[in-house]
Ligand binder design. Structure first.
Ligand SMILES: CC(C)(COP(=O)(O)OP(=O)(O)OC[C@H]1O[C@@H](n2cnc3c(N)ncnc32)[C@H](O)[C@@H]1OP(=O)(O)O)[C@@H](O)C(=O)NCCC(=O)NCCS
Length: 104
């Protein structure tokens, strides 16, 4: 399901970000993101990810991501929130790129 809704525009896919639960809310996640974004910005790449809840979505919004559509899972489960961070120089012209329906 996730593959089918990934944006068509070439991008970096940030699949995982995690901090030891005993060390959360001390700025480590923000530091990891800032370091990673520095390398991706140098390559001129936009970033796409799926946020798994509204709490971590706030972190991404503070780091320059725009909220896209939610992915509704077929049965029980959290609402998955698509997020996009434009490439440097885009100046917000692409708030969220298009996704063409794809066969799975
Ligand atoms: C999300 C996560 C990587 C952030 O790392 P962190 O070092 O705790 O983050 P920071 O201290 O730099 O920033 C704090 C922000 O992280 C987010 N956050 C912190 N703990 C969280 C948790 N248990 N679950 C979800 N988001 C959390 C919030 O946005 C918080 O900001 P707030 O003050 O507005 O609530 C980390 O909390 C974590 O590993 N959570 C569980 C796994 C997860 O949700 N990964 C992301 C999947 S998309």
């Amino acid at each position: 399901m996730f593959d089918a809704v990934q944006p068509d525009e070439p991008h970096h896919y940030l699949a995982f970000l995690a901090v030891d639960p005993t060390q959360q809310n001390r700025g480590i996640g923000a530091a990891l993101l800032a370091d990673h974004h520095g390398r991706l910005d140098a390559l001129g790449l936009p970033v796409y990810l799926e946020a798994s809840n509204r709490n971590n979505q706030r972190l991404y919004l503070r780091h320059g991501y725009s909220a896209g559509p939610a992915i509704a899972l077929p049965e029980e489960g959290p609402a998955i929130l698509q997020m996009w961070r434009s490439a440097p120089g885009d100046d917000g012209r692409t708030p969220f790129p298009c996704t063409k329906p794809r066969r799975q």
